[in-house]
Design a protein around this ligand. Structure first.
Ligand SMILES: [Zn+2]
Length: 123
């Protein structure tokens, strides 16, 4: 078989397959999104509303930090506990076990200052 003819056939299969063409495009779009995410991280100076440790610039010590999250039992946690006591008694303690049902306090690991807060809300 002629080697040039074989290459032509492979090229034709490659260009007609839409899945292969998409795979080649995907890495380029991911590279374009990365600088946007990086600039969003730098501009934050508090961690209000974050569920997880956040990368921020500490407003007290001006360092780039990842916050330490402290979980606290809040007002809405107690409301859920009371609702469960009335509606389904055996599982009333569950909001104390699930971290999602508690308030989150973000603390700077260097200067131990409070840099953000997220209150757990039912509604
Ligand atoms: Zn700090």
């Amino acid at each position: 078989m002629n080697p040039n003819r074989n290459q032509v056939i492979q090229y034709a299969e490659y260009s007609s397959d839409p899945l292969r063409n998409q795979q080649q495009i995907l890495p380029n779009t991911q590279q374009q999104q990365q600088p946007i995410l990086f600039s969003q991280v730098i501009q934050r100076n508090n961690a209000n509303g974050c569920d997880f440790p956040a990368d921020i610039v500490c407003p007290y010590c001006s360092r780039m930090i990842q916050t330490h999250v402290k979980y606290k039992i809040g007002v809405h946690t107690w409301i859920v506990v009371l609702l469960l006591l009335v509606l389904f008694f055996p599982l009333f303690f569950l909001p104390f076990c699930f971290l999602e049902c508690q308030d989150k306090q973000h603390i700077c690991p260097h200067c131990i200052q409070k840099v953000g807060y997220k209150q757990y809300k039912i509604f």
